[in-house]
Design a protein around this ligand. Structure first.
Ligand SMILES: [Fe+2]
Length: 415
C-alpha cells in the first residue's frame, strides 16, 4: 500500500496533496503496527517480559525496545535533524546483529537485562512514536518519498517481531511446570482435511519471486524462471493424527528415516514428539498459548523441525516440496491452507536467487548474510500478523529449530 503511495507521490512531487496523503498513510500504517506490538505484549507481566528461555529466543521487553531502536537507528538518527536520542546506551543494548550499526550486547545474554525496566521501555517507545508521527507532519515531500521505503522495512521488521514475541514467550511458558496461558481462549487452527488430496503440477517453466512495487524483502528478488514439475503437492497440511501414526510406528527411533545430523540432534535433545508436546498420565498434550491442551488429531502438526519433517516425509514414502513448487501451487490458489496455520518447511536451501544483491548500507545485513545453512519455509502461521503474508515470502530457520509455528505438507514425484 505504501509503496504505491510513494510512487504516486514521486510522480507528482510538487503536489502538496500527494505529500499529505503519503504522510497520512505513513502515520496510519505506523500507528497500526506499533499498536499491535503493544496489544500482543499487554497480557505479559514485567517478569514475563524479561525472561529469555534459550539463546534463539528474545525477551518480550527486548523486542519492544529493539523494534523501536530500528526506527531510531535507521530513520530518525540519519534523516531527522532535530531528533534527540532517548538514551545513549540503548543502541548498544538493542542492536541485534547489525555490525555496520556498531557494537552490541551479547545475544544470549538479553535475558540478563533486568534494567531498563518495562516502564522505561514503554517511555522509549512513546518517545520514538512521538518523534516519528511529528516528523511525518513536518518532513518535506522529497524527504518523505526518500524514507517511505525505509519506514516500510521498519514496519515489516516490527511485524516479524510480533510473531517472535508470541513464539518466544510460548517457549518460555513451555518450560514452566505450571503451564501459564498467554490467552486462555487461544486455539491452534484446525482443518477439515481427511484423506489424500493432491495438486498436480505438470512440467513447466514458471516465474519465481516478487514482481511489482508492493512491499517485499530483498531476498524475494530478482524474479527469475524455474523449471517445476511434474510433481504432486499435498493440498493440505500434515495433521497431528498422521504424526501420531509416525510416532506409533517408531518414527523417532528408526535411524534409516533420518538424516545423520537430524538423528544425532533427535538423540541429543531426547525428541520423541514435536516441540511443546508433553505426556500427562500417558496422554500426549501440547503446550499452546492457551496453556496445555489435548492434541487435536485434525489440527496441523506444529513445532516440528526440518529434521523431523524430512524424516516424516521419508516414512510416508514422499518428499518435502521445493520452495519453487510451493510458490507455483500457492500462486495458482491450489493450497487452501497455505497461510495462517503453520509455516511449511521446504527442502530448498535458503540461498540467493540468481543475480541477488543485498541492498546498500547497514540494512543490507537484514537478509543476505544469513544465506547459508538454513532452509526456506513458505506460507505463514497463526501468529503471523495480518497483512504480513504473501506468496513470494521466504522465511528461513536452521534445520533443528522447532520453536516457531512450523509444520509441513508433502510432495510426491510418483517414483
Ligand atoms: Fe530484528
Amino acid at each position: 500500500m505504501l509503496s504505491s503511495a510513494a510512487s504516486a507521490a514521486a510522480e507528482s512531487s510538487t503536489s502538496s496533496v500527494s505529500t499529505r496523503d503519503l504522510a497520512a498513510q505513513l502515520a496510519t500504517a505506523y500507528r497500526a503496527v506499533r499498536d499491535e506490538t503493544e496489544r500482543r505484549a499487554a497480557p505479559l507481566s514485567p517478569e514475563d517480559q524479561v525472561v529469555q528461555s534459550m539463546p534463539d529466543a528474545s525477551p518480550a521487553k527486548w523486542q519492544r525496545a529493539h523494534t523501536t531502536w530500528f526506527f531510531e537507528q535507521f530513520l530518525l538518527g540519519p534523516h531527522c535533524p532535530d531528533y534527540q536520542v532517548f538514551h545513549p546506551d540503548y543502541a548498544f543494548l538493542f542492536n541485534s546483529y547489525y555490525v555496520s550499526a556498531g557494537p552490541r550486547h551479547t545475544r544470549a545474554a538479553r535475558g540478563l537485562l533486568t534494567r531498563p525496566g518495562v516502564a522505561e521501555i514503554a517511555a522509549y517507545r512513546r518517545h520514538v512514536d512521538e518523534a516519528m508521527l511529528n516528523w511525518f507532519v513536518t518532513a518535506d515531500a522529497a524527504k518523505l518519498e526518500e524514507v517511505a521505503p525505509l519506514i516500510e522495512v521498519g514496519l515489516n521488521h516490527e511485524q516479524q517481531h510480533q510473531e517472535l514475541l508470541l513464539t518466544d514467550i510460548l517457549h518460555a511458558f513451555a518450560q514452566n511446570p505450571i503451564p501459564p496461558a498467554y490467552d486462555p481462549a487461544w486455539r491452534l487452527p484446525t482443518t477439515d482435511h481427511h484423506g489424500e488430496d493432491w495438486v498436480t503440477l505438470p512440467e513447466g517453466i514458471h516465474p519465481i519471486g516478487h514482481a511489482g512495487d508492493s512491499f517485499h524483502f530483498d531476498n524475494e528478488k530478482p524474479v527469475h524462471r524455474a523449471l517445476v514439475g511434474p510433481v504432486r503437492l499435498a493440498r493440505h497440511l500434515v495433521t497431528n493424527a498422521e504424526w501420531l501414526q509416525f510416532m506409533a510406528e517408531g518414527g523417532y527411533r528408526t535411524a534409516t528415516l533420518w538424516l545423520m545430523d537430524g538423528f544425532a540432534c533427535a538423540e541429543r535433545e531426547g525428541w520423541e514428539a514435536p516441540g511443546h508436546w508433553r505426556q500427562v498420565d500417558g496422554e500426549w498434550k501440547i503446550m499452546t498459548l492457551g496453556s496445555l491442551q489435548s492434541i487435536d488429531p485434525d489440527a496441523p502438526v506444529c513445532h516440528v523441525s526440518y529434521y523431523e519433517a524430512d524424516a516424516f516425509a521419508r516414512w510416508a514414502g514422499k518428499h518435502l516440496p521445493t520452495e519453487m513448487e510451493w510458490e507455483v501451487a500457492a500462486r495458482a490458489g491450489q493450497l487452501p491452507d497455505a497461510f495462517g496455520a503453520v509455516w511449511q518447511w521446504t527442502r530448498s536451501a535458503y540461498a540467493p536467487y540468481p543475480g541477488y544483491k543485498a541492498i546498500d548500507g547497514a540494512l543490507g545485513e537484514y537478509n543476505g548474510k544469513f544465506m547459508v545453512n538454513q532452509l526456506v519455509l513458505r506460507g505463514s502461521s497463526c501468529a503471523t500478523p495480518e497483512g504480513h503474508s504473501r506468496v513470494t515470502y521466504r522465511n528461513f530457520f536452521y534445520p533443528h529449530h522447532r520453536w516457531q509455528f512450523t509444520g509441513m505438507r508433502l510432495a510426491d514425484y510418483g517414483a
